[in-house]
Design a protein around this ligand. Structure first.
Ligand code: PRX
Length: 660
C-alpha cells in the first residue's frame, strides 16, 4: 500500500484562518546585531546554489566539492559532490584547534539534580574513546548502530562516535516498546545496540535495559549490547552485554578521524508514515551538516561566544539530531541538556533551569507551552527569565493564544519567536521567520528560509492564490533532504515524489495557506498521520496494534483535536464475540496492549466500542465521519456510505473508555 492510498483531506475543507493583524517586529537593537540580515533573501534568490556553496564553507572539508548539486538522479540528490569531511571532526576537533577546548559544550542536568559541565575538550576525548571502543568491537564504515538511551550526554557521545568512524546510527526514542525497538533494529540490521541500565523520568526509573533484553531476543544481527551505567540498578546480564564505561576506559582518548564522502550515510531515523510500517529516513553527511549548522545559526541568531542554548527535544527525534547534536555542536555552541520531565520535582523545573543556566535561546514544542498555560502564569513568574532573547517553536502548528502566551509570559515581550516548520525528512528547518528580519505574526511560520523553495498548490500542483488553502510542496532540492527510505527506494518515490512528479515537487503531507501578505500558515497533516504532542504517529500503526489483540475484530483510529496535545488518539473498536463487556476494563486492556506493541506515546486517549464502522461501498472506512463523531461535530457528508444508518448506530450505541 502506498502512503497516498489514504483519506487525504480535501484542501477546500481546510479551514481558512482569519487574517491576523498583530505583528511584532524585532527591536532595532536586535535587528542590528542579528546574524541574518534582510539582504540574505536576495542573495539566495539571485543564485541559490552559490548561496548553499557559501554556507557549506562554514564547515571544515578535507577535500573540496566539484559541484554543489547533482540532481541528475532525482529524487536522490547529491550535494557538494566529491567533497570529503568528518562530521565529528567538525563538531569537536576544529573547535579545539580554534582554542575553544575549555568552552562548555553541554551543561547536563539530570532529573534528580545531578549535574555535569562537559567542555569541548572533554566531549572530544570521550567521543574518541567511544569511537575506538566501537571500532574494537568490529564496527566499521556503514555498519549500523542502534542507540536507545535516555537524554544523557552519552547519547551525544554515541552518535558522534558513530559519525567519527563512518558507522550509521539509528537512534530509537526511549518511549518505544520492545516490539518497536526490535523491528527498527531488524530493519536497519544493526550490529551493536547502545543503551543504559535505565533513565530517570518523572521520579521513576525507565527500565531501558529490560526492554532491550526483550528486543534483542528477536534481532539476529546484534552482536553486542553496550550498556551505559546511569541508574545503577540491578540488571540481568547476558553474554552479548558490555559495560560502556569499561569499554571506553580501555581505549585511548585520541582518535584520528578519517574523512568521508559528502554523501556518506550519517544516520537512519524511523518515522511514521501512513502505513503500519515505520520508514527509515536516511540522511547523509555534507549537505545535512551544512543546513543543520546554517539554520541553527540563522534561525536562532546564535552567538556561540555568549549564548546558552536549550532545545528541549529528545535525541530520539529529528529535532534532537539536528538541534541538540549536529547544529549546535558544529557551531561551537554551549547548550543545556536536561534528562527529565518538566514537572519533576516541581512544575517550575524548566523555568528554574533557564534561571540557573542563564539560557538565552530556548526551543520547545507548542504542546509543552499549552501545558504550562494550564498550570498557570505564576510558575514562570517565580523565576528570573531575563536571560532569554530568542524563543523557538517546533513540531506542530502553534495556535495564536499559545504564541502570545510564549511571547508575553516567557519572553516578557522582549524575544522574537521563531515558529519553525520542518520534518524528519527535511533534516533541518525549512520555513521560519529570521528573528532579526521578520515582523512576526502569532501562529504563522512566515516564510521559506533563504535557499529554500516552497509553494502551496492544489491537487493538480497548480499554485493556489493567497488566502486559499492547499498542499505544501517544496519546489527545489535542499542540502539536508532525505536521500531515501532505508531498504525501500520505491516507497521514497511513492510517498513524497510521485504525486507531483510532473512538476518535480516534494509533497510534504501538510496543509497550508498563505495570507494576503504572503505569509504562511501551516494547517496540520492532510494524510493519516497524527501529531500527538509533536510526535508523529500513523493511524494505521495504532490500528494494526489494536487488531493484534485477540478481542478486537476491527479498529479505526483518528486524531481528534486536543487542546493540549494538538491531537489525541481516538480509536473505534469492534470486539469479537461477547459484547456486554465493561468498557473501562477492555479500554484499559487495549490501551496497555497498544503501549506494548508501539510504546506509551501511542496509547489512545479514548477507545469507543462500537458495533459497526462507517464504510464506503468499496469497503473503505470513512475516517472523516469518525472524526466528526470524535470531535462531537455535526456529521459530514454521508452520501457515499454503504449503509447511512451505521453512523447513527455508532453515535447512539457506543460505549466509551476514556484515558484516566
Ligand atoms: O505536520 C508537520 C508538523 O510535524 C510534521 C513533521 O513531524 P516530524 O517528522 O516528527 O518532525 C517534527 C519536528 C521537525 C510536519 O509534517 N510540524 C512540524 N513543525 C511544525 C509542524 N506543523 C506546523 N508548524 C510547525 N512549526
Amino acid at each position: 500500500m502506498s502512503d497516498f492510498d489514504s483519506d487525504v483531506v480535501d484542501p477546500v475543507r481546510i479551514d481558512n484562518l482569519n487574517q491576523e493583524n498583530r505583528t511584532f517586529a524585532p527591536t532595532p537593537e536586535f535587528a542590528r546585531q542579528a546574524f541574518a540580515q534582510p539582504g540574505i533573501y536576495d542573495e539566495a534568490d539571485q543564485d541559490r546554489l552559490a548561496f548553499w556553496d557559501k554556507q557549506a564553507q562554514r564547515l571544515n572539508w578535507t577535500s573540496p566539492w566539484s559541484e554543489v548539486l547533482d540532481w541528475s538522479q532525482a529524487p536522490v540528490a547529491k550535494w557538494f559532490v566529491g567533497g570529503r569531511l568528518n562530521v565529528a571532526e567538525n563538531c569537536l576537533d576544529r573547535h579545539l584547534a580554534n582554542g575553544l577546548g575549555e568552552r562548555v559544550a553541554i551543561y547536563f542536568e539530570g532529573e534528580a539534580g545531578d549535574t555535569r559541565a562537559i567542555t569541548y575538550a572533554q566531549l572530544h576525548a570521550e567521543v574518541c574513546q567511544a569511537a575506538n571502543a566501537l571500532a574494537a568491537l568490529g564496527v566499521g564504515e556503514l555498519d549500523r548502530v542502534a542507540i536507545y538511551l535516555p537524554m544523557i550526554p552519552e547519547a551525544v557521545v554515541a552518535m558522534l562516535a558513530c559519525a567519527r568512524i563512518g558507522a550509521v546510527h539509528n537512534v530509537i526514542f526511549g518511549g518505544f516498546s520492545a516490539d518497536s525497538l526490535s523491528s527498527r533494529i531488524n530493519d536497519a540490521e544493526a550490529k551493536v545496540v547502545i543503551t543504559a541500565d535505565g533513565g530517570f523520568r518523572r521520579g521513576k526509573e525507565l527500565p531501558l535495559k529490560i526492554i532491550v533484553d526483550e528486543a534483542v531476543k528477536l534481532t539476529p544481527t546484534v552482536e553486542h549490547v553496550l550498556v551505559v551505567q546511569r541508574t545503577k540498578s540491578d540488571v540481568e546480564w547476558f553474554e552479548h552485554d558490555l559495560w560502556w564505561h569499561e569499554q571506553l576506559a580501555a581505549q585511548p582518548a585520541e582518535h584520528s578521524a578519517q574523512s568521508f564522502d559528502s554523501e556518506h550515510p550519517l544516520f537512519i531515523l524511523y518515522t511514521s508514515g501512513t502505513t503500519g510500517k515505520p520508514k527509515g529516513i536516511l540522511h547523509t553527511t555534507g549537505g545535512y551538516l551544512t543546513q543543520a549548522a546554517f539554520t541553527h545559526a540563522a534561525v536562532f541568531d546564535l552567538n556561540p561566544d555568549t549564548d546558552v542554548y536549550w532545545c528541549t527535544a529528545d535525541v530520539g527525534w529529528i529535532t534532537g539530531h539536528s538541534y541538540v547534536v549536529y547544529g549546535p555542536l558544529a557551531n561551537g555552541a554551549t547548550q543545556l541538556m536536561y534528562e527529565g520531565t518538566p514537572d519533576t520535582p516541581h512544575r517550575g523545573r524548566w523555568w528554574e533551569l533557564i534561571e540557573k543556566y542563564r539560557v538565552s535561546i530556548f526551543y520547545t514544542a507548542p504542546t509543552a507551552l499549552r501545558t504550562f498555560m494550564k498550570w498557570g502564569d505564576e510558575l514562570p513568574a517565580g523565576f528570573d527569565l531575563s536571560s532569554l532573547r530568542v524563543l523557538g517553536s517546533v513540531g506542530e502548528p502553534i495556535n495564536p493564544e499559545a504564541w502570545m502566551w510564549y511571547r508575553e509570559v516567557i519572553g516578557h515581550n522582549n524575544c522574537p519567536i521563531v515558529d519553525t516548520w520542518w520534518q524528519t525528512e527535511t533534516g533541518a528547518i525549512m520555513i521560519s521567520p529570521l528573528p532579526g528580519v521578520a515582523a512576526t505574526k502569532p501562529g504563522s511560520a512566515m516564510r521559506a528560509l533563504p535557499g529554500i523553495g516552497i509553494d502551496v498548490v492544489d491537487a493538480e500542483g497548480t499554485h493556489v492564490p493567497d488566502g486559499v488553502g492547499g498542499y505544501l510542496v517544496l519546489t527545489e532540492p535542499w542540502p539536508s533532504m532525505a536521500r531515501g527510505i532505508w531498504g525501500d527506494p520505491e516507497r521514497f518515490i511513492e510517498t513524497y515524489w510521485q504525486r507531483y512528479a510532473k512538476q518535480g515537487f516534494y509533497f510534504a503531507g501538510d496543509g497550508a495557506t498563505r495570507d494576503l501578505d504572503g505569509d504562511l500558515w501551516l494547517l496540520g497533516r492532510v494524510d493519516d498521520v497524527m501529531n500527538v504532542s509533536g510526535h508523529r504517529i500513523s493511524t494505521a500503526e495504532v490500528e494494526s496494534a489494536l487488531v493484534s489483540h485477540p478481542r478486537v475484530a476491527e479498529a479505526a483510529v483518528v486524531g481528534a483535536k486536543d487542546d493540549v496535545t494538538g491531537q489525541g488518539i481516538v480509536a473505534f473498536v469492534i470486539l469479537r464475540g461477547e459484547n456486554n463487556v465493561d468498557a473501562d476494563t477492555i479500554g484499559a486492556e487495549l490501551r496497555n496492549h497498544v503501549g506494548q506493541e508501539i510504546g506509551p506515546i501511542a496509547k489512545p486517549r479514548q477507545i469507543m466500542i462500537v458495533q459497526e464502522l462507517p464504510k464506503t461501498r468499496s469497503g473503505k472506512i470513512m475516517r472523516r465521519l469518525l472524526l466528526d463523531i470524535a470531535e462531537g461535530r455535526a456529521l459530514g457528508d454521508v452520501t457515499t456510505l454503504a449503509d447511512p444508518a451505521v453512523v447513527q448506530l455508532i453515535a447512539s450505541g457506543m460505549t466509551t473508555a476514556d484515558d484516566a
